[in-house]
Ligand binder design. Structure first.
Ligand SMILES: [Zn+2]
Length: 663
């Protein structure tokens, strides 16, 4: 009896989510972007009668509702937000609704689009986000769907899924889509698109339809994007397993946004024009079809998908460029982490999605570094085998960090419980330092003793050292696990210097000299101050605007490194530096190039100054939009809104000199 029960339970767990209670929509939607009107009808089927709550935006009127063939009363909708249509028991729901969409506002930026996710439309573009209540979503459930879209000719659109049919007749564009897998919601995009298409025979032998839906002004970019998508699909099929969908499309948006969904990515026209998008963000979005849209993170227990995607996309591309680029990427992650106020830090297991800069530092960067360290620990072939196993077993299922750990454990034959526990459940990072080192001559050569220290509670880490000796350099790794550990190394030649983790292979809190200030430090502070060194009102206003853009959430009372933004005309800045006895304008910026120069400098009292030196008020006003995008830099020279030069102050690694007197 007990045995039967356990077998039944195992079967239930093994059944794909789709076979259980995922409601199926059959939706038809007609949209007129000129008039901003939407009309829809939907038949929702459930596998058995059960209580259902439908969520629909209050901007729509329900024209008819029937439950299991019987007409149902429609409650009066609230004035705003979502109407909740609560049904005590339903197996089949037929509903019709209609209403006006919000005017598409091209001036919204990505953050606004995320915050005010209302269904918006206009001749330039329509974007109906999942979760905005533009169709009757089943509350608290994944959903699958068939979808028919009807637009005036000249407009084209899509939802995620397989394109079943598409035609233009009678002044209308009609397309039908099918998404049979459980999905996290439906988003719809439309616009005056030109469509380019290519059919790709993939490495795994299936056929994928690649498409671009581009506004006419960027139509000539289509071919390059199609080439890039084909390359990424090939890369990830070979690395992970077969692409799980039958299409992938790149869709342009009139607002400067960037979203990834299953089978497509929706990117702003201006974003698509940037030359580096094809070699960075595009691959990241393609990979989300495996991690995020192919295997769903268990959000309540932490989102692993961003970290794994960052590691296998953004970081992997840097590795392909070479060791130097990969090291620079890891250093940038550690720098971002070092510049984050400790109060913003949180365990990786608690990261769910990106809401501000600080959560990216943990949820994307720290997570990617954890995967990097995991690969270092178990080796690349076990890592890749773990990735493939995880994909094979969890495809279209909800999976947590535990399932990932288990896949890597079985692929490597190692117990990884403590590795994952310390990197996922703890806040913070080890602050490793060399506490002492000494070299003793022996009969066969030299014995080097290195003492490494870290604050309690100690992390268990394998630390790379670079040891310069009279016979060349060696780079051993030493395992430590205490607050103070001494390791001994026998070597044939006299050791001269020891450098701690010179290539930044361990996630750790960088020492001050290892992490010279970058702009992000200022952007994450909770208590910014500002001096404007000019009473001119144009400059004062532009300075306020810049400060508002730069400090994401000013006013928050948090323990943060204090930051002062100093803004003024070139001559006043030089005067201010001289009067305060501070370091002069750095040599990289000395010639006074550009209409504006921005640089970070660590003041004596631990405060970081961000200097903003400008030609005039318009030069300052031009910085408000671009400057927040340069958080990774220590200095930037602008000509108008364009950065013409930039850089990071060099890091000083932790070096221990073994014979300081003799050198
Ligand atoms: Zn992502």
């Amino acid at each position: 009896m007990i045995r039967l029960v356990s077998i039944f339970a195992a079967l239930l767990l093994a059944a794909p989510a789709a076979a259980r209670a995922v409601p199926a929509h059959d939706i038809s939607v007609r949209i007129d972007p000129q008039e901003r009107v939407l009309e829809g009808r939907d038949t929702i089927r459930l596998d058995s009668p059960r209580p259902v709550t439908l969520l629909l935006s209050a901007r729509f009127r329900v024209n008819s509702l029937s439950v299991d063939g019987r007409t149902a009363r429609v409650p009066e909708p609230p004035r705003e937000a979502l109407q909740r249509i609560v049904l005590r028991s339903a197996r089949r729901i037929d509903i019709r609704w209609s209403g006006a969409l919000v005017a598409l506002d091209r001036s919204l930026d990505h953050r606004d689009t995320l915050t005010y996710g209302a269904p918006a439309s206009g001749p330039e573009g329509t974007y109906l986000p999942a979760g905005s209540g533009w169709y009757p979503a089943v509350d608290g459930s994944l959903e699958r769907y068939r979808f028919a879209l009807d637009l005036p000719v000249g407009q084209r659109g899509l939802v995620a899924g397989r394109l079943v049919e598409e035609r233009e007749a009678g002044g209308r564009y009609r397309a039908r889509f099918d998404f049979p897998q459980p999905s996290e919601g439906i988003a719809l995009m439309a616009g005056p698109y030109r469509i380019e298409q290519r059919r790709l025979r993939t490495a795994a032998g299936s056929t994928v339809r690649l498409r671009t839906y581009f506004h006419p002004e960027i139509a000539e970019l289509a071919r390059g994007y199609l080439d890039s998508i084909a390359g990424y699909l090939d890369l990830y099929e070979r690395w992970i397993g077969a692409y799980p969908f039958s299409e992938f499309s790149v869709v342009s948006s009139p607002t400067p946004t960037g979203f990834g969904m299953p089978t497509l990515t929706y990117l702003g026209i201006d974003v698509l024009r940037l030359p580096f998008i094809r070699t960075t963000s595009l691959g990241h979005e393609v990979l989300h079809n495996w991690w995020g849209n192919g295997v769903y993170p268990d959000y309540a227990r932490g989102n692993w998908a961003e970290g794994l995607t960052t590691f296998m996309a953004d970081y992997a591309y840097r590795e392909r460029e070479g060791d130097q680029a990969a090291t620079a990427a890891r250093l940038a992650w550690l720098r971002d982490y070092a510049s984050m106020p400790p109060g913003d830090d949180a365990p990786l297991a608690r990261f769910t999605s990106r809401t501000h800069g600080a959560s990216q530092v943990v949820g994307y960067n720290k997570a990617a570094m954890v995967f990097f360290m995991l690969r270092e620990a178990i080796g690349a072939s076990a890592f890749d085998a773990g990735v493939r196993r995880f994909w094979r077993e969890q495809r279209f299922r909800v999976a947590s960090w535990d399932e990932l750990r288990s896949a890597f454990e079985r692929a490597s034959g190692r117990d990884l419980a403590s590795f994952f526990a310390q990197w996922l459940s703890r806040t913070g990072a080890p602050d490793l330092r060399i506490a002492n080192a000494r070299a003793v001559p022996t009969i066969t050569g030299w014995r080097l003793e290195v003492t490494l220290a870290q604050e309690a509670p100690a992390y268990v880490v394998s630390v790379p050292l670079a040891i310069q000796s009279s016979g060349g350099e060696i780079t051993p790794r030493v395992g430590i696990g205490g607050e103070r550990d001494t390791v001994a190394l026998e070597m044939p030649h006299e050791p001269l210097t020891v450098v701690l983790d010179p290539d930044f292979r361990v996630f750790r809190r960088l020492a001050a000299a290892e992490a010279p200030p970058i702009l992000r430090q200022a952007m994450l502070t909770g208590s910014p101050m500002m001096f404007a060194l000019s009473a001119e009102s144009g400059l004062q206003i532009a300075a306020q605007e810049l400060a508002a853009r730069l400090f994401e959430r000013s006013g928050a009372a948090r323990s943060a490194a204090p930051v002062t933004l100093v803004v003024g005309p070139h001559a006043d800045i030089d005067e201010w530096l001289a009067a305060g006895g501070m370091a002069q304008r750095p040599p990289a910026l000395a010639s006074g190039r550009g209409s504006a120069q921005v640089w970070t400098v660590r003041a004596g009292d631990g405060r970081t100054n961000v200097m903003v030196s400008v030609r005039d008020a318009p030069s300052l006003a031009a910085l408000a939009r671009p400057l927040p995008h340069y958080g990774q830099q220590s200095w930037i020279v602008f000509e108008g809104a364009r950065a013409i030069e930039r850089g990071v102050w060099p890091a000083q690694p932790q070096v221990w000199e073994l014979r300081p007197a003799a050198r």
